[in-house]
Design a protein around this ligand. Structure first.
Ligand code: SAM
Length: 341
């Protein structure tokens, strides 16, 4: 990357996310057989401090719960679902779902990131036997966009800048006809979950709003009032004091501050961001609340034995500044859903 490229530090946050995940896996907080294939020299990478490992664990656990419920909901209603991960970086969620019990509930999984990130990921996937084999019939797996993306029956890796107006950039790609089945790549008639895991903080609120609105609008074109859209956001919030200094130690190794990108200082403002763009209902919880109320006691005991944490008070202080918010849009207000209750 060129040194003056202003997006280079934003892309570099993906290395931090991948290294944090790898560290939590090596220390047995999480299970993920795939992350090591996406991190160069994975066996040589140093572990993160316990506080970061626990933060990574709570964040992943919470997102896994919500994604798992989304897939279960599909199963209960006899439909398949689509997942779109925006700013997916080196995330391995597709492979974890595809090699797990909910595989059949998944119709499509689409990942989007900057070209540099998707190019590296496409290469790493092609080099990994286990990741390749989860993509299905090798005849139907294609490198796309001159090596910047991948296309397979379920999994699609697409380069795009999420800040560009979706009607000109991402929209046409997602709604364009897909060769294998003839319909659009992203169907407006299947329940779709969009995931922004530690991504929206790197965009202006206007660009995030535009993107959220595009997905709501597209879902509202679902046939017979059937459009269903879920949105899941993981975000840091209220990190700065009145002087603009970062107040708490950071779960991300690097914090890239984008001017004006962090107007969200309360949990209410995080869920309001979703309802403002058309979601029918939304909720938000801090990682501190999630750790207290949504992780089984046996799991808490298990992870408490993995490493010695000498900053237990700091843990709560830090987890309070990270939140998961989620919203649901139902084109037909009469239909009901208990997702995330
Ligand atoms: N979601 C992944 C995870 O949680 O492991 C990666 C998180 S990483 C902190 C942020 C990711 O968002 C990076 O991969 C970065 O390249 C991507 N990103 C940020 N702004 C973006 C933009 N405008 N367009 C595309 N990708 C973007």
């Amino acid at each position: 990357a060129q040194p003056q490229d202003p997006d280079a530090p934003i892309r570099a946050t993906d290395n931090d996310a991948a290294l944090a995940r790898l560290s939590a896996v090596k220390k047995n907080y999480l299970q993920d057989a795939f992350v090591k294939d996406l991190v160069p020299r994975a066996h040589l990478q140093p572990s993160r401090p316990p506080l970061i490992n626990i933060g990574t664990y709570v964040r992943s656990h919470a997102i896994d719960l919500l994604v798992g419920e989304w897939l279960q909901m599909a199963k209960a209603s006899g439909t398949k679902v689509q997942i779109v991960s925006l700013g997916a970086g080196s995330d391995t969620r597709f492979w974890r779902i595809e090699t797990g019990p909910a595989k059949d509930e998944l119709a499509k999984y689409i990942e989007i990131d900057f070209t540099e990130v998707t190019t590296k990921k496409a290469m790493a996937i092609r080099k990994s036997k286990q990741m390749n084999s989860a993509l299905g019939d090798p005849e139907k797996v294609q490198v796309a966009g001159g090596g910047t993306g991948l296309r397979s029956p379920k999994y699609h890796l697409i380069p795009a800048d999420l800040r560009a107006p979706p009607t000109d950039s991402l929209g046409p790609v997602l709604t364009a006809g897909e060769s294998t089945e003839g319909g659009p790549l992203l169907s407006p008639s299947l329940p779709t979950l969009i995931i922004f895991e530690c991504v929206l903080a790197y965009m202006s609120p206007e660009a995030s709003a535009r993107l959220l609105r595009w997905f709501v609008d597209y879902s509202s074109t679902g046939p017979e009032g059937g459009g269903i859209l879920g949105c899941l956001v993981y975000e840091m919030f209220n990190l700065h004091d009145a002087f603009g200094r970062v107040m708490v130690s950071n779960l991300q190794a690097r914090y890239v501050s984008i001017p004006g990108a962090e107007p969200f200082t309360t949990l209410e403002s995080l869920s309001k961001r979703l309802t403002d763009e058309g979601f029918s209902a939304a909720r938000a919880l801090t990682l501190r609340e999630i750790r207290r109320a949504y992780i089984e006691q046996s799991e808490l005991e298990r992870i408490s034995k993995l490493e010695f944490l000498d900053e237990t008070e700091e843990l709560d202080l830090v987890l309070e500044h990270y939140a998961i918010s989620w919203g649901l849009y139902l084109q037909n207000p009469g239909s009901s859903s208990s997702w995330g209750h």
